[in-house]
Ligand binder design. Structure first.
Ligand SMILES: C[S@@+](CC[C@H](N)C(=O)[O-])C[C@H]1O[C@@H](n2cnc3c(N)ncnc32)[C@H](O)[C@@H]1O
Length: 175
């Protein structure tokens, strides 16, 4: 049986404030814990989740077998930069601790921009495990800089005290 999801995923999916009809994209879904939580909140909506690691997608698929079978979740082994989303437009795109958004934010967010619905938003989450205790706000500021670099506006910056470490979220929209 799947273990209880960690606090950070519950917080992240709460933060998305999903509408049951939302079209959602997760980049770098790892084990697919957030995918499960998103699926529980969707009715006619759908989540597409990509990860460049085949092993991660296998694990995410195992965890979300019923959601995939029911068409609620679509999982793809692909790096963001090579993924084929066709004409799909997403209401919400999110990623938790996924390096390209830190290392190549312009490139990664340009791909996101092309696949956002007109009122769509991107939610970038990072945990503060490599940040000095009490400095999560600095991490959020650095993440915000990266979003602005890619010509997205920063709508909201959240800092959440979680166990074992704090996490941040920056919500952005393309100009
Ligand atoms: C640190 S893990 C985080 C996994 C999950 N989001 C979490 O918070 O537990 C980063 C994940 O992003 C994936 N990843 C890294 N670069 C990627 C890219 N360019 N496109 C898609 N997935 C990527 C990795 O394979 C890995 O599964």
């Amino acid at each position: 049986m799947a273990s209880r999801p960690s606090e950070r995923f519950v917080w992240a999916v709460d933060t998305l404030a999903l509408d049951p009809t939302d079209r959602v994209l997760e980049v770098g879904c790892g084990h697919g814990v957030a995918v499960s939580l998103v699926c529980e909140r969707l009715t006619s909506g759908q989540i597409t989740a990509v990860d460049r690691s085949e092993k991660m997608i296998e694990m995410a698929a195992r965890r979300n077998r019923a959601h995939v079978a029911g068409g609620r979740a679509v999982l793809q082994t692909a790096a963001l930069e090579n993924a084929d989303f066709g004409a799909e437009r997403f209401d919400k795109v999110f990623a938790f601790n996924v390096a390209p958004f830190w290392l190549q934010p312009k490139e990664a967010l340009e791909i996101v921009r092309r696949h956002l619905a007109p009122d769509g938003a991107v939610y970038l989450f990072w945990d503060a495990r490599h940040t000095q205790p009490g400095r999560a706000r600095d991490l959020a500021a650095r993440l915000s800089e990266r979003i602005r670099l890619a010509e997205f506006s920063v709508d909201q910056v959240l800092v959440k005290d979680l166990r074992p470490v704090a996490a941040v979220c920056v919500i952005g929209r393309p100009y």
